[in-house]
Design a protein around this ligand. Structure first.
Ligand code: SAH
Length: 389
């Protein structure tokens, strides 16, 4: 059966010519009559521009996936597309047993996320169009990875905007509650069923390794979660203080420390803003600091308040840096753009009155490709700073 047709405006077609796959409802001139699935797409002059995943309820009506118009998106099509993305990650497996195999738009597979944790996969199918191809995707993933199980963490809020159910379901084999991950010589437990994102923060893997290499003396990890930064710091620092407001997160961090036989980490359940201020008042100083807060800006209206939050936490941390100290600071808020992130650190440095050097700008790792033509594929910014005196 031939695919149904969508016609898009000149503006929609141009967007795709510029390598951005989203076509919004306002740029669709003729909607497909078929339910969610794959459709062929034409510009207003009747020229075919490719194939898209069609989401009837979404503001993003069409997600372009191919410049050609195959008869259908069949099993070999998905196999080929997934295989290309997975092959890009071969080198990461040498040092880490967990990595992102599919980063949605960044891997030309809009609205699909797939993370590998050792022998298991966790997927997120975040659009109605994509959801109709669940069976093909699962079959291709099993074939390509030989995994023991696939869990769908389809509980993300984005599913509601697509009028899809929010649920966590097993799609293949079995997936344990906890999976031991090996990352640059550090071991930690991922929680695929219940943890944040798909069970761990894989996007900071290379940044954790980097700051771990630079760590020394007294170290501080703010917003420690399961302690994955703290564990890397603990390898080279004398002592590490790991601060998080969640007792449950710290309990897991404690278990991870035991797993790595690290006895030099202290866990502190506290609000990081209060804790840093108290330490500054007490005259404490640290040689290595990590500030990796949750996304303060969840949407555009919350951006000004978020910037104040980032500024405040970075300022407090910079005050605690010993002379010559090194700090890694990050933001995973998509709305805080790279220029705004840099401006925020510059402001915090100025307010600290310290001479602070920018040593490295950091970004997403290769398994989370950020496409220059798709701003939405990038969200993680980081910087390594040094207190010059
Ligand atoms: N650095 C972590 C990820 C941090 S996730 C890693 O790479 O694994 C954000 C963490 O911040 C969560 O564990 C949450 O409990 C904690 N958190 C949120 N608000 C906080 C606050 N005001 N003070 C301290 N911790 C906070």
């Amino acid at each position: 059966m031939a695919m149904d047709l969508a016609v898009v405006s000149a503006r929609g077609a141009t967007r795709w010519q510029h390598a951005h796959p989203w076509i919004f409802k306002s740029d669709v001139v003729r909607f497909p009559s078929a339910p969610a699935g794959a459709v062929r797409v034409e510009d207003p002059r009747g020229r075919p521009i490719g194939t898209a995943l069609w989401s009837p309820a979404s503001e993003i009506s069409l997600r372009m996936v191919d410049r050609d118009t195959p008869a259908e998106l069949d099993q070999p099509w998905w196999h080929d597309r997934l295989a290309r993305a997975i092959a890009r990650r071969d080198d990461i497996r040498r040092h880490s047993s967990a990595c992102r195999l599919i980063h949605g738009e960044g891997d030309a597979l809009p609205s699909l996320v797939c993370d590998r944790y050792d022998r298991w996969l966790v997927v997120q199918l975040m659009s109605a169009g994509l959801d109709t191809f669940q069976d093909q995707i699962v079959a291709a993933l099993v074939q390509l990875t030989g995994c023991d199980g696939i869990l769908a963490r389809n509980d993300a809020a984005a599913r509601a905007r697509e009028e899809l159910p929010r649920e966590t379901t097993l799609l293949h084999g079995d997936v344990p509650r906890e999976i031991e991950v090996h990352e640059h010589g550090v071991k930690y437990l991922a929680a695929p069923w219940t943890g944040q994102k798909t069970g761990a923060f894989l996007d900071q893997r290379e940044n954790r390794h980097r700051i771990g290499q630079l760590a020394r003396g007294r170290a501080l990890d703010c917003f420690a979660y399961h302690g994955s930064f703290a564990l890397h710091l603990a390898a080279n620092a004398d002592t590490v203080v790991a601060v998080d407001s969640s007792g449950a997160a710290l309990e897991r961090a404690r278990q991870n420390a035991e797993r790595n036989a690290r006895a030099n980490i202290t866990f502190v359940e506290a609000d990081a803003f209060d804790d840093l201020r108290a330490r500054d008042r007490a005259g404490e100083r640290f040689d290595t600091i990590v500030v990796d807060p949750p996304a303060f800006a969840k949407n555009r209206p919350s951006l000004p308040a978020a910037i104040r939050g980032y500024h405040e936490i970075n300022l407090r941390a910079l005050r605690l840096l010993a002379p010559g100290g090194i700090m890694f600071t990050a933001s995973c808020s998509y709305h805080l753009t790279k220029p705004l992130f840099l401006e925020m650190i510059e402001g915090a440095a100025a307010d600290s009155g310290r001479r602070i050097a920018l040593r490295e700008l950091r970004t997403q790792p290769a398994d989370h490709p950020e496409l220059l033509t798709i701003p939405e594929s990038g969200y993680l910014k980081g910087a390594i700073l040094e207190a010059m005196d």
